[in-house]
Design a protein around this ligand. Structure first.
Ligand code: FES
Ligand code: MG
Length: 591
């Protein structure tokens, strides 16, 4: 029976004779063929999509296949009808050349699914790095009621009595391998130890970061992000999420009412406090763009830089996601920030319909070594710096991972404690790096700066996570574990390297990294946020002209149709790597 006082649901224009019985019959018949009934489909009950990112190809999110059963239970309990929607798979560690290339593809395909089918509201099953932004971007564009649901991190990994964290253990193993301390099998064993259960990376890499920020943006139920994947609370949260989305459809509570500029500013603040990934600016800028909200790297510095690091989680700290959850998880971090008056917009609306701040005020902290109080923060200013100069317009530097060793070596000059200078060594993509890094003829020294180019959105389609480069083996053997790095690519959120990243524009899009040569002097000043190539403007212009005369910076050929289309349409990291023109389409599910 249809209630005439309410606004018709989207799905009713497919299933309930709103004008065209012929089309209605066509739309309806095929949904009946596996057992759904006419009564259900014409009952006026909301049809709820479950955007399914789990599959055998996506192990991080695979547990969603199981969890979706509880989500369906919740949807049914609350009077909705669930329909599972497959999402283009994105597996961070398995996809060549990079999973980042597929973020926009998954976004496009989910937009079409949500727009083109009878869906009234959607559960976004998030997890592995790019699945979260892809799904939030799609929800932003279509703007039908949406709720995110995290698959949850893996349990703590252990190797020889020490915590083995996703990604972080790889950086450690790489150094041990280069120093000859382990062999190939030892490398494999260390890596495998970090993946003990279903779920996504158990460090504060891009996955944990983006799942946390999806909650801070107001798009997940409070307390959801940090529950480990195998815990029973994860299945219970799946159920509550299913229940809640049905009510959100009745309330017509949409992403544009939740993901406001205020919510993004809250997210930037929390990102600093959890030691979040340098991929977060790219993704948040992208989600915001699809809502018509302009956020820049400068906003990240303005709102986030002075926020202290509270989460003692790898790579910036010691512990892993399971410890983080048991210590109180994201709610405990937010509660402490609230106590310090550091959450800029506690009233921002969430999927619960309530204000963000009030949901977390009383969240307890169960272990104040894992989640620090403000007066014992791990780093007083843990946000990103927005770097600029004559090589690029903007790049991000994550300060929460600057080690004491780095400070002592590069930031201890008495006259100028925030600046350092050195010769640059420049690599054209990861293959070039691996080929040349150990060549003694290069003469890379302890004061050198390693530069990676050809690794941005167009150069290495999607952008490679390769800016954090290890020093040559001969320097590692002398105890030099890291050199300053910069480049137009990204770095894994699990890396503890204080690199200057995501430089925009990239070498392949007219950026001056293209004219850099081995041995050029660079000056990095963290105080003025400047990176300067020590050449005159005239010399820079001359090199530029010479490069243009040779046809510009060369990039490898595209290997697939999507790579070619992507390169043609993609914008720079500073613009969220969104597709040109895609952000013109807003609110399309309501038109
Ligand atoms: Fe999927 Fe890290 S590789 S979450
Ligand atoms: Mg990654």
């Amino acid at each position: 029976m249809t209630d005439n006082t309410r606004k018709p649901l989207r799905s009713e224009s497919w299933f309930n004779d709103l004008g065209d019985p012929e089309m209605t019959a066509l739309y309806l018949e095929r949904y009946l063929n596996y057992g759904l009934t006419l009564e259900e489909l014409r009952s006026g009950k909301p049809i709820i999509g479950i955007a399914q990112t789990g599959s055998d190809l996506s192990p991080c999110n695979r547990h969603h296949v199981e969890l979706a059963k509880r989500t369906r239970d919740g949807i049914r309990t609350q009077g909705g009808i669930p329909l599972e929607i497959p999402v283009h798979p994105i597996q961070e560690t398995g996809k060549r050349p990079t999973a980042m290339l597929d973020r926009n593809l998954a976004y496009l395909s989910l937009v079409e699914s949500l727009f083109g089918y009878p869906i009234d509201g959607v559960v976004l099953t998030i997890g592995c790095d790019k699945t979260t932004p892809a799904l939030l971007m799609a929800a932003a564009t279509v703007n039908i009621p949406a709720i995110a649901f995290s698959v949850g991190p893996m349990l703590n990994g252990w190797h020889k009595g020490e915590r083995a964290g996703s990604g972080a253990v790889i950086w450690k193993a790489r150094e041990k391998y280069a120093a000859g301390e382990i062999d190939g099998e030892g490398f494999l064993n260390m890596a495998a130890a970090s993946a003990p259960s279903v779920g996504y990376c158990n460090t504060m890499g891009t996955a944990s970061t983006m799942n946390s920020l999806a909650e801070v943006l107001g798009m997940q139920l409070p307390g959801s992000a940090s529950i480990p994947a195998p815990y029973r609370e994860r299945g219970q949260m799946a159920y509550y999420t299913g229940c809640r989305i049905v009510d959100m459809v009745h309330e017509d509570l949409r992403p544009s009412q939740i993901m406001t500029r205020e919510a993004f500013e809250n997210a930037i603040v929390v990102n600093s406090a959890i030691g979040g990934s340098t991929n977060a600016p790219i993704h948040l800028v992208a989600i915001a763009k699809h809502l018509g909200i302009e956020i820049s790297n400068a906003d990240w510095e303005t709102h986030g830089y002075k926020i202290p690091l509270l989460a003692n989680v790898q790579p910036a700290g010691e512990y892993l996601s399971e410890d983080f959850h048991l210590a109180g998880g994201l709610p405990a971090v937010v509660a402490e920030l609230l106590r310090g008056g550091l959450v800029p917009h506690p009233d921002a609306v969430t999927v619960t319909g309530e204000g963000f701040g009030q949901l977390y005020t009383d969240a307890p902290c169960e272990n104040d070594d894992v989640i620090r109080p403000l007066d014992r923060a791990l780093t007083p200013e843990a946000g990103f710096l927005n770097m600029t100069g004559n090589l690029f317009d903007t790049a991000i530097m994550k300060t929460s991972v600057i080690t004491q060793e780095f400070r002592d070596r590069y930031l201890s000059n008495a006259d100028d404690p925030m600046a350092f200078e050195g010769p640059a060594f420049v690599f054209d993509g990861p293959e070039d790096f691996h080929k040349r890094i150990d060549d003694p003829a290069l003469n890379i020294t302890a004061d050198s700066i390693l530069v990676m180019r050809g690794a941005g959105p167009k150069g290495y389609p999607g952008g490679a996570e390769v800016v954090n480069m290890r020093p040559p083996s001969y320097l590692i053997k002398q105890g030099i574990r890291g050199l300053p790095c910069m480049g137009d690519g990204r770095q894994s959120g699990t890396s503890g390297s204080a690199s200057i990243l995501n430089a925009s524009p990239e070498a392949a899009d007219g950026g001056n990294l293209a004219i850099l040569r081995d041995g050029d002097r660079l000056r990095v000043d963290l105080n003025t946020r400047q990176v300067q190539l020590q050449l005159s403007e005239a010399e820079i212009a001359e090199r530029r002209a010479a490069l243009e005369a040779e046809g510009g910076y060369k990039v490898p050929e595209s290997q697939s149709p999507w790579q070619a289309i992507f390169r043609d349409r993609v914008r720079q990291f500073s613009d969220g790597m969104v597709l040109e023109g895609a952000d013109q389409f807003r609110d399309i599910g309501n038109k």
